[in-house]
Design a protein around this ligand. Sequence first.
Ligand code: PEP
Ligand code: MG
Length: 547
Amino acid sequence: MRSYKANRVFEGYALGKLAVYSAIKVEKTVGLGKEKEFERFCHAREETVHALDTSYAEALEKLGEKEAALFETHKLMAEDLDFEDAVNAELEGGVTAEYAVQSAGEQLAAIFASMDDAYMKERANDVREVANRIVSFLKKDVKGFEVKEPSIIICDDLPSSELMKIERKLILGIVFVKGGSNSHVSILTRMLEIPSLCGIDGLTVDGTLEGMDAVLDAKKGDLILEPEAQVVADYAKRQKDYEEEKEKLLAFKGKPTLSKDGKKTEIYSNIASSFEAENALRNDSEGIGLFRSEFLYLEASDYPSEEEQFEHYKRVVEEMNPRQVIIRTLDIGADKKIDYFDLPDEENPALGFRSIRICMARPQIFLTQLQALYRASYYGNLAIMVPMIISLNEVDFIKETAAQARANLKARGIPFKEDVKIGIMVETPSAAVLSDLFAAQVDFFSIGTNDLTQYTLALDRVNPNLKEQFDPRHKSVTRLIKLVADNAHKAGIPVGICGELARDEILLPFFVKIGIDELSVSPAYTLQLRKRISEIDTREVRLEEFI
Ligand code: PEP
Ligand code: MG
């Protein structure tokens, strides 16, 4: 028995045999001559394009337009003339088309991988995926990876197209040994609700793993290979209990979130892209508490236009209507760097040029985003939320720019709602301490406990060496949370929590007691929280235990 630590992609358990996915390997051998091999390449490319059309149609049906769009991108890559030139150059050496395609794919992937921009880096995997697909047609290995019985798939990384080809019921779980949790295939995996792990050190994916018994614990983040009988029995029970618990939670679907003594809280969802609204609805979320709009910018290769942003915001707002959708404006900088923003290198990025500070220095970027948001407001219940606030002059700037956005849209004859609520994230000690003053100026608060903890404790939230000390339950943090809630309620505005702490089992009674109006969490936790809150009697909660 061997066990490995991993990161979670989507929670749950899987017990079964491993099915190994590995990319096709090609040896360097002599071909049939340049012309003949080029002909073979053209033919395989045509077949690939045809197969990509099929993948597009499948993804469109199962997951929607945004996810399907990736296959359109792959098609463009397959037909790209630079790619064709690179293949031709390789064929000059008298090699096979298989080898030429694989080498050309690797060369282009290396160029993408060397770029600083996160979006462009991700494209390296796409180029490899397209090249692999062409090679599989050349090798007449079009069936590719096949899963014959329900299995846990293990791979270094899995092309999205391969995942889409496998029947859902044959996938017990997935382990992406080298993958990250934000890759495209990981996002698809979450959409399909497959228990899955990623990022494992010290494990080599090879044929020896094929058919091996394994246990995947994507609640804790463990992969166990060749488990002992007792471990299997133990996990089978955990899995059964987990499934039963999930089943029981269904009783809370469609119900309001009420404590035992009748205090109402709402459970909202945190999402990072418009297609995740579907997940939120499926889990019976009461609204979107945090749409991290910066992902639109992170995924793009240039500033997303007003039109592009509008489409994304409108999609969520329409889908969630009449539920509220709180969209956070650009939160870039610190650990979220984007090439085309051309941000300066900084000694202390977490304390540096980020979020509202960038928006104030480059108001056109903010104005474009606000125009897109106001346009989308017309289609449902949208609210605007601005991160990293420390001073009242920032709120003045937000209001002025919002007025400008409304005036511009009016002049263009575009419909929008005049009374869109504008709130702030309270995620700096400054905003928390001044929350009485902010409460008089804005429509709502949402407490970002991830950053509030980082800045209150002066502890870097992404430093793995400080994991032990990073304590969001620290009384300095809970006291600030209480202060913010009290000031919000005195001014008659709602207050939510959208940091990870929102689903903290221990603090939940405290949050309900102090009247937090809305807790925003990953969609999968919605019903769990609703159940937990139904068991809390706030008359029995003693505040002094928490602050
Ligand atoms: C937070 O800081 O708590 C928050 C929700 O925002 P992010 O994690 O995106 O910084
Ligand atoms: Mg934050």
